[in-house]
Design a binder for this molecule. Sequence first.
Ligand SMILES: *Cc1c(COP(=O)(O)O)cnc(C)c1O
Length: 399
Amino acid sequence: MSVGGAALRASTAPTPIAAAPERVPWVRPIFEGIEGSLADIRVALTSGQASNDGPQVRELERRLARYLGSPECVAVSSGSAALTLAIHALGIPAGSKAVLPGFTFIATLNAVVQAGLTPVFCEVEPDTWTLDPAHLRELLAADPGIRLVVAVNVFGVPPDLAAIRQAVEGSAATLLLDNAHGVGTEQDGARWAREAAVQTFSFHATKVLPAGEGGAVIAADARLSAEMKRLRNHGIAGDPLASSSGYNAKMSELHASVALRSLAGLDDALARRREYAHRIRRVLVEECIDACVVQRIPDGVRSNFQNLGVLCRPETGHDVAAVQAALDAQGIDTRRYFHPPLHQLPAYRGGVALPVTDHVGATILCLPLYSRMEPAVLHRIETALRQIDRHRDRVARHT
Ligand SMILES: *Cc1c(COP(=O)(O)O)cnc(C)c1O
């Protein structure tokens, strides 16, 4: 009986097969110090103050200001809320125009439109994919109704703020930096770009400093910071009669607890991210993989590698669909981000021609990159990149 049972078990036992490797996602939230965060959240939940400018939010603001080298920092509920508060606090009048790049996340556009501003799309540079100062100069010269310029950090690479500031000076416009991608990016050793009147950050789960949801604003002018603190709390002023319309854009103590742990681990997280990004970029550049080109990182810039974007090269037989398919076949997820460029949305079609932005938008692809990656995962990505040509040739033979 027992012998027969054993034989039965043996004959029906599944043949062991190597487990199929999991797919490699293109982004993945990595939270540092989770046990500590949970303990801090417990404190917040039992302290009687889970929101409204609590001790964790204040501590986060102090530490972020120190980290960024700014005089002050205002924590808010998201990077989008940060943009909205900044535009409101700067007093940009509804009905005027705002310049922004066509190549950015839709949240940049949403903040502009919801403030009652008309978007004017600007070209990006062909190699850094950030706002093109020369085109900006043309737009400002042609239209005195432009009152706001929103420059955007793209994947960790800042726009050319010195040239952009020069273009903006002498116009009626104010410069805002959407630095949602830029926490920890350094330009000539500085993490705070003083060229912009205000700059905003996002602590969304997929950004380099994740809180789940969250954001921050920094301004050189203390009055602007005070105004944004008032606006994030329904517009309520110290003197109640001085209150005016505002928003609920406060950060909760729960989110601040998570953000504080992420900030404590940020230097290490960025060191790992940079190492992974350099490793993958080196394969593409040094092994002359002709399927795609990497983003140029200007002299003096130390990217935080928020994302690892490449431009695919249809001229070598590698359009976006082909590269995506080749990597997909190896279990590697990629994303067309940002796609489509915003000036191609139906509401804005037929406006100004932006050929460089069109090209970047048509060929951009983001490869997987996050703050912790196993050596085996990096190896899979490298191997898949080395085999892209083979995939193209196989497809060619079968068509
Ligand atoms: C993520 C992002 C935002 C919005 O931030 P949220 O925190 O998600 O609201 C704004 N601009 C850019 C460029 C972004 O990538």
